[in-house]
Design a protein around this ligand. Structure first.
Ligand code: AMP
Length: 558
């Protein structure tokens, strides 16, 4: 039976009134499934992630079971992080507002004195991180004798943070005659072991991961070489309209590194990881919520408990190992009726992982092509023109007009003045270099294999990291119908063969597969190209760049 209204749930009038005031009308699936069970006193394992309404699912029954006020802690909720503890206590306070229930959150990093004072004033529901709670128990400043219900929220997370012994000790202070609820996004073997020890004949409720197939989240992926991920990301940043983005990376260190790399390329980003002090973390999150920071780089652990509804983009810089984690990450966007975009950067090695994700979500992710340098430049130009038109229409440029008039009086041509002003306006673009992207090795082989037998042989020979080492070992022999062109960059400039291929392909518009042997010397590079292409390639001389360096191309002297 679907429960369409909270009034069908046999909740106390005060609780019903409170949820109605909060604007809840229909209970969410986890609330429909668990509230009747919990009101009946059952123990419960709930598999649900943040955003499903799980706090009310356990919070409302737990409040209904409180009898009399300030008779000692009657309900205990354990949460892995300070942030989640605060979030949960605020939610419970909201649900218990009409029942005059007193709720307190205790967590590490806060003054003991203040927590002890609050505890002395009488607390009905205590939300705590395990470590701090255990400290208070050891100090004898807290008793759990009156506890009737215990909730383990985000149990998987508490276990992975090493709280298992703390949890065991806490349970030793609570009466066996209690109701126990365990909520976890993932049900691992360790979570099952924990529930076997502390839950009595529990019911299990699983809320299937939020379907990501809906229209609200657009998902796609890009296949890139590992060393091109940052370049790929910045290209996407150029083209996407990002209100607020979260980029997931695998490691703590990775968060800082990527945030720095992005910032130094003109895209301000901040890292969110476990190394931040609680204060710093709160500050970062506050600025992110206020849109002062648009891009956060986070690990999965650091992003836990982050309750922000208007994230426009989720980026998987590193693909997660667990498909369920993919669903959690992506589910952070497209919330509250908004549209969201989820973009994953895959290296060729990650393709098997993509298949697992697609099987799990039953959704085929679309592969997209990265914007080319030309497309980005066109986009930049179009944006600037658009902004200029806005100002021309607004017309509030009195002082600027005066400056132009002054320049005209001194004999400058208005067109020259406008062009120079635009040059100045585009100055910032220099801070956002568009790095070349190297082709994916296998695809290069495939493309070339059909067109060029020689290359196939190299590919079969294992070609080394870039699949191009073979030709160098061949020596400077030159094929018939091929002409050697020389570039004035070489190994000493820190470039690789792939940079050369990518640069030529991008700037000339010629398919990378049509290039022949490339010989990287210390100060120059020779590229063999089919004779008919020479004119087209040389015509683009002046446009070729590798990173920030401009590259000159000429016929090699034989
Ligand atoms: P939670 O999963 O408990 O963190 O809840 C996620 C969000 O959903 C919170 O902002 C809740 O206030 C909101 N919420 C929970 N239950 C309902 C409901 N039945 N109707 C509308 N919003 C809800």
């Amino acid at each position: 039976m679907t429960i369409e209204n909270f009034s069908q749930l046999e909740l106390q009038p005060q609780l019903l009134e409170a949820v109605t005031e909060l604007g809840y009308t229909t209970p969410t699936p986890i609330q429909q499934a668990t509230i009747p069970l919990l009101l009946a006193g059952r123990d419960l394992i709930g598999q649900a992630q943040t955003g499903t309404g799980k706090t009310a699912a356990f919070g409302l029954p737990l409040l209904q079971h409180i009898t009399g006020r300030k008779k000692g802690v009657q309900a205990l909720i354990l949460a892995p992080t300070r942030e989640l503890a605060i979030q949960v206590s605020e939610a419970i306070e909201g649900f218990g507002k009409k029942s005059k229930v007193s709720v307190l959150a205790v967590f590490g990093g806060q003054s003991y004195q203040q927590q002890i004072r609050s505890l002395r004033q009488g607390v009905d529901v205590l939300v705590a991180t395990p470590g701090r709670l255990l400290d208070l128990l050891r100090q004898g400043t807290l008793s759990l004798d009156a506890v009737k219900s215990v909730v383990l929220d985000e149990a998987d997370e508490m276990l992975s943070m090493g709280f298992v012994e703390d949890i065991e000790q806490i349970f030793s202070h609570v009466s066996a005659d209690r109701q126990t609820m365990l909520f976890s996004a993932t049900i691992s073997k360790r979570v099952i072991e924990l529930s076997n020890r502390y839950l009595r004949d529990p019911e299990t409720v699983t809320i299937v991961p939020k379907q990501l197939t809906g229209n609200s989240i657009k998902q796609r992926y890009y296949l890139v070489n590992h060393h091109d991920k940052v370049a790929a990301l910045t290209r996407l940043f150029e083209m996407e309209t990002i209100d607020s983005a979260i980029i997931f990376v695998r490691t703590r260190i990775g968060t800082g590194e990527l945030a720095n790399q992005l910032t130094s390329r003109g895209f301000a980003a901040e890292a969110l990881n476990g190394d931040l002090s609680q204060d710093a973390r709160m500050q970062v999150l506050k600025r992110y919520r206020n849109h002062q920071i648009r891009v956060l780089v986070a690990t999965d652990v650091a992003a836990r408990g982050l309750d922000i509804d208007d994230i426009s983009h989720v980026f998987n810089f590193d693909l997660p190992d667990d498909p369920e984690v993919y669903v959690h990450r992506v589910g952070r966007t497209g919330r509250a009726g908004r549209e969201g975009t989820a973009i994953s950067l895959l290296t060729p090695k990650d393709r098997w992982q993509l298949r697992r994700i697609e099987e799990y979500t039953r959704f085929k992710l679309e592969r997209a092509e990265l914007p080319t340098i030309q497309q980005i430049e066109n986009h930049r130009q179009a944006l600037l023109m658009e902004q200029l038109e806005v100002w021309i229409r607004r017309g509030r440029c009195r002082r600027e007009r005066e400056m132009v008039e002054l320049l005209v009086q001194t004999g400058h041509d208005p067109l020259d003045i406008a062009a120079a002003a635009m040059k100045l306006a585009r100055h910032d673009e220099k801070k956002r270099p568009i790095d070349p992207i190297t082709p994916i090795k296998e695809e290069l082989f495939r493309q070339r294999g059909r067109k060029n037998d020689r290359f196939n042989r190299r590919g079969a020979g294992g070609g080394g990291q870039h699949g191009r080492r073979g030709p160098r070992q061949d020596g400077p022999r030159q094929d018939k119908d091929m002409v050697s062109l020389q570039l004035d960059v070489g190994r000493a400039d820190g470039i690789g063969v792939n940079h050369v291929v990518a640069s030529i392909a991008h700037y000339s518009g010629i398919d990378a597969g049509r290039l022949g042997k490339i010989r990287l010397e210390s100060n120059h590079t020779t590229v063999d190209v089919p004779e008919p292409l020479v004119g087209k390639l040389l015509a683009k001389n002046g446009a070729y760049r590798i990173g920030r360096r401009s590259v000159n191309m000429q016929r090699a002297s034989s």
